[in-house]
Design a protein around this ligand. Structure first.
Ligand code: G3H
Length: 194
């Protein structure tokens, strides 16, 4: 059985400021996580010569992957964070204050709500299809370093969680979710590295 390791990027400067979207670098704490993750991956996948590391095209996932050596890295645009459109770079407080109708419609139906000029969770789920097909085709382990909304969708797919739960799944920073697909079904382990 081959594991799939899912993790968010290390804490970013936008995470610290409470801003969504953007393309910021990682914080000192995010860099520490990147080192711990590299350590973990190198031990966990020691004899897995065909394993690979998949990131999004955003700096915070690429930087989180950068201390990992010895495995090929692949960047997927489909792993980029949900596009918050006109709300990109804002805090939730700012959205609530400046665009109260948007804030309320998202609260009412977070799964279907589409940011103006951006995406909904349903859009994200749809664009992940090629990634899921490729993940299922892989015979070797894959480490997926991506973002909160995207990982909620990927996790829900493998853990067989209902669509309506996707936007609300807890996806903490600095934690690895290991998914093993065996004949008896899916097994899951979590490693909280900090
Ligand atoms: O920047 C986007 C967030 O990671 C997604 O979180 O869908 O709970 O607002 P949210």
């Amino acid at each position: 059985p081959r594991p799939i390791l899912l993790t968010r990027h290390g804490e970013s400067l936008d995470n610290v400021r409470g801003r969504i979207g953007g393309d910021s670098v990682i914080s000192d704490s995010g860099e520490l996580y990147a080192k711990k993750l590299a350590n973990f991956v190198e031990k966990r996948l020691k004899n897995e010569r065909a394993a690979s590391i998949w990131t999004s095209t955003l700096q915070r996932t690429i930087l989180t992957a950068s201390p990992i050596v010895g495995f090929p890295k692949i960047q997927w645009r489909a792993l980029d964070e949900i596009n918050a459109g006109v709300c990109d770079g804002m805090t939730y407080e700012e959205i609530k204050k400046n665009m109260p109708e948007e804030y309320e419609s998202r609260k009412k139906d977070k799964l279907r709500y589409r940011y103006p000029r951006g995406e909904s969770y349903l859009d994200v789920i749809q664009r992940l299809e090629p990634v899921i097909i490729e993940l299922e085709r892989q015979r070797a382990p894959v480490v997926v370093i991506s973002h909160q909304a995207v990982l909620r969708a990927l996790y829900a797919y493998f853990a067989d969680r209902p669509l309506k739960e996707v936007p609300h799944i807890e996806m903490p920073l600095h934690t690895i979710i290991e998914i093993q697909m065996g004949v008896t079904g899916v097994q899951e382990k979590r490693y909280k590295l900090m």
